[in-house]
Design a protein around this ligand. Sequence first.
Ligand code: PLP
Length: 368
Amino acid sequence: MSQIPLVDLKAQHQEVAEEVQRGFAQVLEKTAFILGPAVAEFEAGFARFSGVAHCVGVANGTDALELMVRAAGLGPGDEVILPANTFIATALGVVRAGATPVLVDVDPRYHLVDLEDVARKIGPRTRALLPVHLYGQIAPMEGLAKLARERNLLLLEDAAQAQGAKQNGVGAGGFGLAAATSFYPGKNLGAYGDAGAVLTNSPEQNTKLRNLRNYGSDVKYHHPELGFNSRLDTFQAVVLQAKLVRLAGWNEARRQAARRYDELLRGLPGVVLPETLPGNEHIWHLYVVRVPRRDETLKRLNAAGIGAGIHYPIPIHLQGAFKALGQGPGSFPVTEKAAAEILTLPLYPQITPQQQERVADELRKAIG
Ligand SMILES: Cc1ncc(COP(=O)(O)O)c(C=O)c1O
């Protein structure tokens, strides 16, 4: 029985193997291990690709979130609004910066932040909105930008799952003060280890972030503020640069694969297909359907060699780590219902029509 993984990183590596090898050899030759030229080259390339002025490479996506929140001047006493339906790192980044996450529910169609709930949760301590561009599509930024303007809030973005995604022509990092992203290996643009970045159009944020990631240093051995050691590794920059030049093509291949799933799965009883918010150019980081008896369906798919998964099975407010928020079951009904029904199907640029047909066949059997 052939296995179909959730993500096929081997197939991806084959496309870049030679370039990566050459790039690694150059780094070794120059011994430019920390903030070598490959880092600046990738930062410039990714900023251009994203349509923003600056990209600051850091050690991982969680650090990117923390440093972005800190560079925005937020800390103890400040509340940051973010969705309950996200990976835990969105909330961790806020907590690690000393600020307080305030959770909101998502909408049932796109699983993105619910604007009405955001408006309801804005209080006297709210300083920023932090939507997540979940599964590869941009959150409803027009509504969020309007709220941010009216209520005098900062607009930040978690763009870990949205490298290359656009909304009405604008990409992550172009809507507000800054966007944090992750190059975790399985992301659309993935490193060969941990890596992340912050995107911004603001020259002040750019400078602050560059200092914060480098021991709070502006000039070598001068440390006007407390900082971190969180730099994008030079070897990871080599990998990311080799992949970046292919990313637009890979995102297009994902879009085609998503359309193929739509065709293969339309009409399957009880299966709800993912939808794209109007104005969005989706990059399909994850193809997430909703199915009846999800846990049983997932078990059957996995037993048949299909690497389906769940993103995410436990919402933030029901995680032990966030017990102190005091929000038990029932606090975010849409998120909780979704968490019990969602199922992620294998999707990556190199997936073949035959593989997708097999996934569809197995899903039909699993729910039948
Ligand atoms: C939405 C979201 N935010 C943040 C992160 C954290 O990134 P990292 O794993 O690089 O710390 C991830 C991925 O892991 C993510 O999917």
